[in-house]
Design a protein around this ligand. Structure first.
Ligand code: ARG
Length: 457
């Protein structure tokens, strides 16, 4: 006779290495709290519906809580032959309280049980991720406020384009994270739904009250179809997708930090705590944490792909393939929480090398558009002015100077409308601060943007 909960129909002994392959206890033990809360709610409902007695219900509750206690005190041992967290807990319960423990699984299947545990778990974790995203947003706001008017080169194609404010640049990430947060919040509508009571596939003949367990477990919604309840893993795909996109955002920011900290740029300095040295080259200070976040964004995208591939072609309803939904998700959650925390620490301790940035924007051609716009304001068609300025830039390159160094008579030779005031117009500060339209990089516009950003928190 097998000791398995489902052993009745089996005649042969199980093989330990097959059990090992079949088991999920190594990773699904993190669901223990959700599993126990789900079971307590289920038992309370069975009792309210006169399916089990008050006495049995209190034995079950006490037993389950003491199992959780044992777990928290490191006293609980799991067994691979009990396969997963659900059957390990049930076996312990029966061991502790006897026959009453065997009644807990009335009107329930592991299929609706695992779905319930996962919905509760993902809801909890997504809320934690949302909080961490918000912490990072706050750090970005502090950084932008502190360095509100530091000017730096803005790039397109990684070529100097136009001068911008550092605060404007970094606030871009605030808005990316704001969209991430809103996607996570929106997904909660579909995560926060109770599958409990769906049974294995078709519901149950017992007179259960699914709305009671839904309310007791704090779910906002309920599945309206028992088959959908046990086979839906959309919310896991959605969570993996939201994590992947947030990780892509963190990866882009990491890449910028990596570039900004090169000897070639030297725009910012990372604190020692978020860098590492080289085992051979004594001078090195490597941005390992930023590189790791960039690398880990590949890993979370991989988990998303795995989940989509897992579901593609699965017939209704539960299939054991679905046990494979967990490790990737758990790993992605660990990865994003870790990455958000590291990024927050990195930005919080970042030094902005203001002098380097100031020098960078005075020694480049990122004010060329300004000169073209100046000519347009004096009546020259933009295409002509573009050509004139292009030629002036070429002359500068040949003479190894910048536009600001060009004598007025040479300017005038290129276009007679250019006056002495051009030198002021070309200064990076003026270039930036003349950008006053909504959402642009001028200090006043960025101040306004900062206020709007703060209102989103
Ligand atoms: N460990 C399983 C999983 O994670 C639990 C559900 C198993 N249900 C079943 N009928 N085999 O998917």
């Amino acid at each position: 006779m097998s000791k398995k909960a489902w052993g009745g129909r089996f005649q042969e002994e199980s093989i330990s290495w097959v059990e090992e392959f079949n088991a999920s206890i190594h990773f699904d033990k993190v669901l223990i709290e959700e599993d126990i809360n789900g079971s307590i709610a289920h038992a309370n409902m069975l009792c309210a519906q006169d399916i089990i007695t008050e006495e049995e219900n209190s034995l079950i509750k006490e037993g389950l809580l003491s199992i959780l206690d044992d777990y928290n005190n490191g006293k609980l041992t799991f067994s691979v032959s009990q396969e997963d967290i659900h059957m390990n807990v049930e076996a312990k319960l029966i061991e502790k309280i006897g026959a009453a423990g065997g009644k807990l699984h009335t009107a329930r299947s592991r299929n609706d049980q695992v779905a319930t545990d996962m919905h509760l778990y993902v809801k909890k974790e997504v809320n934690t991720v949302i909080q961490s995203v918000e912490l990072l947003q706050q750090t970005i706001i502090r950084l932008a406020e502190k360095h509100i008017d530091v000017i730096m080169p803005g790039y397109t194609h990684l070529q100097r384009a136009q001068p911008i404010l550092f605060s404007h640049h970094i606030l871009t990430y605030f808005w990316m994270l704001e969209r991430d947060k809103s996607r996570f919040n929106d997904s909660l509508k579909r995560i926060d739904v109770s599958p409990l009571g769906a049974g294995a596939i078709s519901g149950t003949t017992f007179n259960i009250d699914r709305f009671q367990t839904k309310d007791e477990l704090g779910f906002s919604g309920i599945y309206h179809n028992s088959m959908d309840a046990v086979s839906d893993r959309d919310y896991i795909v959605e969570t993996l997708s939201n994590i992947s996109l947030t990780m892509v955002h963190l990866s882009r920011l990491s890449e910028e930090l990596i570039f900004w900290t090169t000897d070639e740029a030297n725009f910012v300095t990372l604190s020692d705590a978020f860098t590492t040295g080289s085992s051979m080259m004594p001078q090195k200070k490597n941005p390992d944490m930023a590189e790791l976040i960039r690398g880990k964004s590949g890993r979370t995208a991989g988990h998303l792909m795995s989940m989509l591939m897992l579901l593609k072609g699965l017939p209704l309803t539960y299939n054991k393939d679905m046990q494979e939904d967990k490790e990737g998700l758990f790993d992605s959650l660990t990865t994003i929480k870790g990455s958000l925390k590291i990024m927050n620490g990195m930005l919080d301790t970042l030094t902005i090398n203001e002098e380097v940035l100031e020098e960078a924007v005075t020694e480049d051609f990122s004010n060329a558009t300004e000169l073209a716009d100046y000519l347009v304001a004096k009546g020259i068609p933009f295409r002509d002015s573009h050509e004139i300025v292009g030629k002036l830039v070429l002359t500068c390159i040949n003479q190894n100077i910048y536009l600001k160094d060009m004598p007025l008579d040479e300017f005038k030779a290129a276009s007679s409308v250019i006056e002495e005031d051009i030198y002021e117009i070309l200064s990076p500060k003026v270039v930036v601060n003349r950008r006053i339209s909504y959402g642009s990089t001028g200090t006043e516009a960025v101040r306004q943007q900062l206020e709007t950003a703060k209102n989103h928190l």
